[in-house]
Design a protein. Structure first.
Length: 322
């Protein structure tokens, strides 16, 4: 990871501004308690934004409509203590010690229906294993306190930078909505030569994957890397921007995301002259017929439920080759 001075306060405020439409749509109330003179930390700004995006995204997703959320950040001696608090569905005690394990599934958490959303706690996990890895790579630690049915508090500790430059001269390298997606370069794999992809540009098929869960992005990338060129977007806003500017050959799109839903993204793309012919495959962890019907209604070209197998996904993608 990169080692550079980072001010967490501005990153939190930027992220909240980005997520405000989702908060409003879900009728959530988010309060901030951020120490104004928060000291700097040393680390990779891109990765830290992934941590913040994931924790706030999970709080939004797993809190029924009209919830109370809070982000706190304060300095304590030589460390910064960050807390993301919600009054959502909570996590059973038996899962607390395992929730940060890679691909750990909270399989017996029941589906919750709210006035404006449906979601399923489970599937391929909450992205917390990757979050924990990023935090630990920054010399920090992460843990959760939760009461099942009453909410959760995720705690993150970061060590502060030994030298504190003037924060007024610190600027983000680039806007928040430009830094979440990244391109995985194509590398030929002899084991998958049978795919014989023939996109219009003559190179590997360029696939944009849009999902707010880090684990899903990582798993999908590993499934497709070496066969296709994979572009990842962790927020709906970034994904929509990437779809309209990069013009991928095919889009894999999560149905349920904070911000603009996958259904609305698909509807927007199919109504856009530039992007309307890009095949869109939608997926969701909630394997319900209503999701597939709605995907078809907004113009999706394919549908698959999570967790999916590599072979099934590739066969579905191959059906759209030129």
């Amino acid at each position: 990871i990169r080692q550079e001075p980072v001010a967490l306060g501005p990153l939190i405020h930027e992220l909240v501004n980005e997520q405000q439409p989702t908060l409003d749509n879900r009728q959530h109330h988010l309060s901030l308690d951020i120490q104004p003179d928060l000291p700097l930390i040393v680390g990779d700004e891109d990765r830290l934004i992934q941590v913040l995006t994931n924790l706030l995204g999970n709080a939004i997703k797993y809190t029924p409509d009209g919830g109370q959320l809070q982000i706190k950040a304060a300095a304590d001696d030589d460390q910064i203590h960050l807390q993301v608090v919600d009054d959502g569905i909570g996590i059973e005690e038996k899962h607390l010690s395992k929730i940060f394990g890679r691909f750990y599934e909270v399989s017996d958490v029941t589906k919750h229906r709210t006035g404006k959303s449906e979601f399923l706690a489970g599937g391929t996990g909450l992205g917390l294993s990757i979050v924990a890895g990023i935090v630990e790579a920054h010399g920090g630690k992460i843990w959760v306190e939760s009461q099942y049915g009453a909410g959760s508090t995720f705690h993150v500790i970061f060590p502060v930078a030994e030298a504190q430059p003037d924060p007024l001269v610190l600027k983000s390298n680039r806007p928040l909505d430009d830094i979440v997606y990244r391109v995985t370069e194509f590398a030929a794999d002899p084991a998958v030569e049978k795919a014989k992809i023939t996109p219009t540009n003559g190179g590997p098929l360029k696939i944009l994957v849009i999902d707010d869960e880090l684990d899903v992005l990582e798993v999908t990338k590993h499934m497709l890397n070496g066969i296709y060129e994979v572009i990842e977007a962790q927020t709906s806003a970034v994904g929509l921007k990437a779809a309209l500017t990069i013009k991928p050959d095919l889009i894999l799109l999560d149905a349920w995301m904070p911000g603009i839903s996958g259904f609305n993204i698909c509807r927007t793309l199919k109504g856009n002259e530039f992007a309307k012919n890009i095949p869109v495959i939608m997926f969701t962890a909630a394997a319900q017929k209503v999701d597939e019907a709605e995907a078809q209604a907004v113009g999706a070209d394919g549908f698959i439920t999570k967790p999916f197998q590599k072979g099934d996904l590739i066969r579905l993608i191959e059906g759209f080759k030129s």
